[in-house]
Unconditional design. Sequence first.
Length: 170
Amino acid sequence: MSKFIIGDTLKRSVYSYIVSKKIYTDSNIDLMKLFKEIDTNNDGKLDVDEIMAKYGQYFGSIPEEQYHKIVTFIEKVDIDNSGYIEYAEFLTINNMVNNEFNKKMLKEVFDFFDKTKNGTIDVNDLKVLFSNAHLEKDKINEMIKEFDSDYDQAISFAEFYDKFTLFIEG
């Protein structure tokens, strides 16, 4: 599992797993075309100016508040904190916005992380998952806290799903 870790958070680890196992399919040809269309400087990443330019093509003038919304959106979906949206991040977010795909895919990912198959992701699951990374217990507890809204030291599917839904929408 350590090869899936992009950062030091559970959310980044989940995104990394999604990208590596769930997203790359032939059905993403249209998304690749769209990404290339937005990526006007062909550097393989989208910045705020490129997204604003594409937005402007469809909606005309761009109010200042929309600019700030796009900057905030980039910050949210920028999994590796590079300041840009790379193709893998673009695919992840586009696929997760599709609610039907989103729930099914997140359930599959949740089940992967639930190593003990007890219906929750807890410290024991993360110890198994990250055994090669040699994470300290405090780090694993931090990962649980990212998602654990009811403070029971375990992540239910509802908490897992809500975290990603809120991340995308909010």
